[in-house]
Design a protein around this ligand. Structure first.
Ligand code: SF4
Length: 265
């Protein structure tokens, strides 16, 4: 839910992604708080994903996790697959000056508090790495992932809240369920990307400020254009009177696990 701290709205990457995909969907979800229909398959996957994140956190803190792994084969497979694929990530080295799981950062931009939580943050005197665990297969489209606000915001906030230069920052996603063997995608960062993100972020937040002011005057957030494909995958299609999209959603929409956000701990 959108939260407010002393008049500053707290926003995560999920808010920004939704706002960019369709402002009306953002309104229905966070301002009107209309409930999404529950999908048992999504829920089950989210729970398992959360448990994996929790285990990775406990492991990083040096707490025992054996009994949890014994109780769930899926978690056991993910954990052993990741341990084999990336042992260097799980083992601290002398050169690392900082390691923390569930590392939280916050940055104020305009009247908003942008919040990020890194699944694992590793830094040394020169470089800083953000690591993120995903419990679905590696997506085909790297460009789409690069444009996702999780990638853009996580890198941006780190550059703004630390002494590391953009060129010394990276973000790596680990997909623990990729064809039986965990696979990763790494995004390196640079000053040009940082400036571009800053521009796009401010543009989006400017729009949000205007839409929120309009909403106070009972004006609705804008919708995506009629016949937009976005509506075909949206559970508010009936609510928005996007009739054709609503029928398509009911008949054809098969859950795509890659669209399910990981649950933050
Ligand atoms: S149905 Fe279409 S216009 Fe309505 S919230 Fe969903 S994506 Fe936006």
């Amino acid at each position: 839910m959108l939260s407010e701290t002393n008049q500053l709205l707290r926003l995560s990457q999920g808010h920004l992604n939704l706002l960019e995909a369709c402002p009306r969907k953002f309104q229905h979800t966070y301002l009107d708080q209309l409930n999404s229909p529950l999908n048992p398959e999504h829920e089950e996957h989210q729970t398992l994903g959360s448990q994996f994140h929790l285990l990775m956190q406990q492991r990083e803190m040096g707490l025992p996790i054996g009994s949890f792994l014994e109780a769930d084969t899926q978690l056991q497979n993910w954990m052993s697959g990741f341990t084999n694929a990336a042992p260097e990530i799980l083992t601290p080295t002398d050169s690392q000056t900082f390691r923390e799981s569930e590392h939280y950062r916050i940055l104020q931009v305009q009247d908003y508090l942008l919040t990020v939580v890194y699944d694992l943050f590793i830094a040394d005197s020169q470089q800083a790495q953000i690591l993120d665990w995903k419990t679905y297969p590696k997506p085909q489209n790297k460009r789409k992932l690069e444009q996702n606000w999780q990638t853009r915001l996580y890198l941006y906030v780190l550059a703004e809240t630390s002494a590391y230069l953009p060129k010394n920052i990276s973000m790596t996603y680990w997909f623990v369920q990729s064809e039986g063997k965990p696979q990763s995608i790494t995004f390196n960062y640079n000053l040009t990307q940082h400036q571009q993100t800053e521009k796009e972020l401010n543009q989006l937040l400017n729009k949000l400020t205007n839409w929120l002011e309009d909403y106070q005057r009972n004006q609705l957030f804008p919708q995506v254009p009629e016949n937009s494909k976005t509506c075909n995958y949206c559970h508010f299609a009936a609510h928005c009177a996007r009739t054709q999209a609503s029928e398509e959603y009911q008949q054809n929409y098969l859950p795509n696990l890659a669209n399910i956000p990981e649950v933050s701990l």
